[in-house]
Design a protein around this ligand. Structure first.
Ligand SMILES: NC(=O)C1=CN([C@@H]2O[C@H](COP(=O)(O)OP(=O)(O)OC[C@H]3O[C@@H](n4cnc5c(N)ncnc54)[C@H](OP(=O)(O)O)[C@@H]3O)[C@@H](O)[C@H]2O)C=CC1
Ligand SMILES: CC(C)(CO)C(=O)C(=O)O
Length: 313
């Protein structure tokens, strides 16, 4: 199976790198700065939980070389939401050549964009549960033992292409699940992520730090309930077991858990404010659900963007 990874950042570098480690056929489609870095230093993953991996010669190509490299079976889309338009333009030759797209971005609105452009049959549903980041020298740092991917056809069928991809991941240390309800799983992840991203960014603190304040656990739990209400309105109710797991997390005063959005914000990077928190707030308004804390989290992120744009972080 030939895999194209659009991006070699935290997710693309980690999952693509683990596939390379397992001997899979992976090509990274990257921009000039990252390409130079990969050519000079190779791809390095540092992971206390799953072991380090360094490959001195990964196949890293630029957009204008893609025509010569196609066809691919699957294109992993691992950009940030604000880069989606450029990323779609970059992978176009691979998609024209028949590749399925597996987007691993957080959030849901990219699915609407991808479906509108390529049709649902070309686009798989997918999500990643991992905590990873890229250092300035390009090393992928894996921050805990999460290494989970969930994917599947949007119509719930178990296709040959998804089974082949699952078999490819099974040869690696990534724990990949092929499911028949991927859209529901994406909503579940959205409830989890939007809760953690909005609360840890609004409070600029980890889950444990928030839980140690008098009303912190109650506010995180209330945000969880509000977002679970949104998922239910959208037709994808989350299970009681799911809510119990996260209620427990939000009462864990020792937890150092944060969203990748807080890591980006604290590093002064761009954040997926509209794609995740703003999207949730918009859908709440459409359904007539009152969500003042979520609105405050979105405004907080938009104010961060204003200061960042003005160079006043
Ligand atoms: N990091 C994490 O722990 C988790 C992240 N996520 C989600 O995964 C998605 C990706 O996040 P993450 O991996 O952290 O982001 P990163 O910023 O680390 O990586 C994104 C990569 O995509 C590349 N890219 C963007 N546009 C293009 C393009 N047109 N051509 C080639 N490369 C491109 C960027 O390249 P360049 O270096 O040139 O900018 C960058 O290397 C986000 O939606 C995030 O919310 C989900 C779960 C956990
Ligand atoms: C859900 C979570 C927090 C971990 O995968 C995440 O997606 C993120 O940090 O962006």
């Amino acid at each position: 199976m030939r895999i194209l990874s659009l991006g070699a950042g935290a997710l693309g570098g980690y999952f693509g790198g683990r596939l390379v480690e397992a001997g899979a056929d992976v090509t990274f489609l990257v921009r000039q700065r990252r390409r130079a870095q990969l050519q000079a230093q190779g791809l390095a993953i540092r992971s206390a939980a799953c072991g380090d991996f360094v490959c001195s010669s990964v196949r890293a190509i630029a957009q204008d070389e893609l025509d010569d490299e196609a066809p691919f079976d699957v294109a992993l889309l691992t950009c940030k939401a604000y880069d989606l338009e450029d990323a779609m333009a970059a992978i176009e030759p691979a998609i024209e050549g028949g590749a399925a797209i597996l987007p691993l971005l957080n959030g849901l609105s990219h699915m609407e964009v991808l479906n509108a452009r390529y049709g649902r049959e070309r686009v798989l549903g997918g999500l990643a549960k991992i905590a990873a980041t890229v250092t300035t020298d390009g090393t992928i740092l894996h921050l805990n033992d999460w290494r989970y991917l969930v994917f599947g056809e949007q119509d719930g069928s178990i296709s040959a292409r998804c089974s082949a991809l699952k078999a490819t991941f099974d040869g690696s240390s990534v724990e990949a699940s092929l499911v028949d309800n991927v859209v529901g799983r994406m909503w579940e992840k959205f409830v989890h992520l939007a809760t953690v991203a909005s609360m840890t960014c609004l409070m600029r603190a980890s889950v444990g730090e928030i839980a140690r304040t008098p009303r912190g656990s109650a506010q995180m739990t209330s945000m969880l309930e509000t977002l679970a209400g949104l998922a239910a309105e959208a037709g994808y109710p989350v299970s009681e077991d799911f809510k119990t797991e996260y209620r427990r997390l939000f009462h864990d005063a020792s937890s150092s858990y944060t969203a990748s959005m807080l890591r980006d914000l604290e590093s002064g990077k761009r954040v997926e404010a509209d794609h995740i928190v703003g999207y949730a707030a918009d859908r709440m308004r459409q359904f007539g659900i009152d969500a003042p804390l979520l609105e405050a989290a979105h405004t907080h992120l938009k104010a961060y963007e204003e200061r960042r744009a003005a160079g006043r972080l």
